[in-house]
Design a protein around this ligand. Structure first.
Ligand code: ARG
Length: 601
């Protein structure tokens, strides 16, 4: 297949190149070409994808589809897909972006990008900032509902996953200039409070004066009270009455409830602080005052029906209904979620509402999203906004392949997990002789960044729907696809730049990037693809896509660095700028993944 210079037919190309990421820019060019190839043909969306083939960098895949649409029509002179491909290539507007094109196989149009154009755009990013590569989304405000542990119940590894994944999704949206309401939908309301409060009143007759340390481990009390509840009928009765007393606003019960929530909140906050995650609590109880109104509105719409004493919404295709008022007249998880969704759409004017929980809750979300569609709150078509999405994730498994638990307790305490990650990464740093080189503070900070980063990355790099095994040895390995490897790689790039003695802030303005060596070019292309990858990770709600990109970036860099001498070479300036661009993109990836970069190792 002979490569030809991209021929010129149109002149609108220059404008087309200014907006969007690489893929979108090319798609716009191909759009013009497709329109010229079959004039008047509606709805042909350009199918452009990065390709691994040796023919080019990107490929347009429209020829076959277009051929099957138009063959046999009067006036169509093409003889099969390859000819359509040839025409698409010929009609492609001339563009500075494109070095050459060729048609392969059944009509694939391959594009080789211009290395000068690539170099210029990387340099532009260095000067104007990585924000210029941020995705452009069509929405202004989103809610990410994540973490959301339950008060007095355990905050378990599932909540850790939700916290880590939710934080990343929120950061990616924020990077895309979307205002994100980061919501902690804490389980702070429910029947568990009845037994817990009754139990604590018994244990601490002067409950009001009781402080945090006396209460200590709320989880343990919760467990004890649950055991009582299950065997002691008198206690059970009292606990059930306590729920009513609490819900009707009896002061003593309210106060105890608030106290318990506060203690839990402080515990959760410690975890968030260590993880560097910021969110705003609007727990289940926040929506209580709005529930009756929402249920009434749904009832007036004729959506709520009576079933076995409860009030329910039937959903097409699902044989159990969504219960919105229990048979005892109380509200439940679904009543709150329907109301919270209403609140987020109408009061907070969010256009995309994203819920991060384990896949076990899939049906719950499926049901109330469908109920919201029936109510007309959400459009039936999921491609339209406002939109609600459930981001499900799989289990964390222990070495035995069963649900992750520590030896001593039934559940894993998150604080212990983080402690261990830090201790282990500190030990590894000391083994590398860093105790002698660094201050204690540097050692601590690096151990934290690496340890917590490792926990996060080990989670995020997997497709969230699959289960994964929690394994300290694996996640703290400095080789392979781990945060440790990536953080060290970044630190090494920084040290190369430092040791060169050059000021990259100056160089990026005066120097020039060239991508003559194949490994320079490959690295450059990968850097430029950052924009489309974040967009994909963000719109498909898949953090692992960004992790994969980051790992490949590091691999591309390593190839470049082993084959292209940087310091002391004739291309030193350009290569230092490539180092700098790699470090900038890596740092943005770390930031989006909630990982703190380290600068020396
Ligand atoms: N508290 C729930 C749990 O621990 C998660 C809440 C998720 N958010 C929501 N709006 N339902 O399982």
């Amino acid at each position: 297949f002979a490569a030809t210079k991209a021929p010129s037919i149109s002149t609108m190309a220059a404008e087309q190149e200014n907006a969007g990421n690489l893929k979108q820019k090319l798609a716009k060019l191909f759009q013009l070409s497709l329109e010229a190839t079959v004039p008047g043909e509606p709805d042909i969306e350009p199918l452009v994808a990065a390709c691994t083939a040796k023919f080019g960098d990107y490929q347009c895949n429209n020829a076959m589809g277009l051929w099957s649409k138009i063959k046999g029509r009067p006036g169509i002179e093409f003889r099969g897909p390859p000819a359509v491909g040839q025409a698409i290539m010929k009609n492609l507007p001339q563009s500075e972006m494109i070095e050459s094109c060729s048609v392969a196989g059944p009509g694939f149009v391959n594009v080789v990008l211009s290395k000068n154009w690539m170099a210029k755009n990387i340099q532009k990013m260095l000067v104007d900032g990585i924000e210029t590569w941020a995705p452009k989304l069509s929405i202004k405000r989103a809610v990410v509902d994540f973490s959301s542990p339950n008060i007095a119940k355990e905050m378990h590894v599932g909540h850790l996953r939700s916290t880590i994944i939710g934080d990343t999704l929120a950061s990616m949206l924020e990077f895309s200039n979307v205002e994100v309401l980061r919501r902690n939908h804490v389980g702070d309301w429910g029947t568990q409070f009845g037994m817990l409060i009754e139990f604590l009143f018994e244990k601490f007759p002067n409950f009001e004066d009781v402080n945090e340390t006396a209460i200590g481990d709320l989880q343990a009390f919760y467990k004890e009270s649950k055991q009582r509840f299950d065997v002691d009928a008198e206690f059970k009765d009292r606990a059930q009455k306590a729920v009513v007393r609490l819900q009707s606003g009896e002061q003593m019960y309210r106060k105890a409830w608030a106290q318990i929530c506060e203690i839990s909140r402080r515990e959760f906050d410690q975890v968030y602080q260590r993880l560097g995650v910021h969110l705003e609590e609007k727990g289940e109880s926040f929506y209580n005052p709005y529930i009756p109104g929402v249920i009434e509105a749904l009832t007036n719409q004729g959506l709520v029906e009576e079933s076995k004493g409860a009030r329910v919404i039937f959903i097409e295709g699902i044989n159990i209904p969504l219960i919105v008022v229990k048979s005892d007249g109380g509200y439940n998880y679904a009543s709150t979620d329907m109301t919270a969704l209403w609140y987020r759409l109408t009061e907070e004017k969010a256009e995309w509402i994203i819920y991060v929980t384990d896949v076990g809750q899939q049906q719950h979300f499926d049901m109330f999203f469908k109920a919201a569609k029936r109510a007309g709150w959400l459009p039936a078509d999921d491609r339209q906004y406002p939109k609600a999405s459930h981001v499900g994730f799989g289990l964390v498994l222990g070495e035995d392949g069963k649900r992750f638990r520590t030896r001593s307790t039934e559940v894993v305490r998150l604080a212990d997990l983080l402690d261990e990650a830090k201790t282990r990464s500190k030990a590894a740093l000391i083994e590398r002789g860093k105790a002698a080189e660094w201050t204690e503070e540097e050692l601590e900070q690096t151990a934290e960044a690496v340890g917590y980063g490792a926990v996060k990355y080990a989670d995020l790099k997997n497709n969230r729907l699959t289960n994964y095994t929690f394994d300290f040895d694996q996640m703290l390995n400095d080789k392979g696809n781990t945060a440790v490897y990536l953080l060290y790689a970044h630190a090494r790039i920084c040290s190369i730049i430092r040791k060169s003695g050059k000021d990259t802030g100056e160089l990026k303005k005066t120097g020039k990037i060239v991508l003559d060596h194949a490994d320079e070019r490959a690295l450059g292309l990968h850097l430029l693809q950052f924009a489309e990858v974040v967009e994909e990770a963000c719109t498909n709600l898949l953090p692992n896509v960004l992790c994969e990109y980051l790992y490949n970036l590091s691999e591309n860099y390593t190839r470049f660095y082993s084959n292209c001498q940087v310091v002391g070479s004739a291309e030193e300036t350009s290569r230092l700028l490539l180092c700098e661009a790699t470090a900038v993109v890596m740092r943005k990836c770390f930031f989006l993944l909630g990982i703190k970069p380290v600068y020396k190792i």
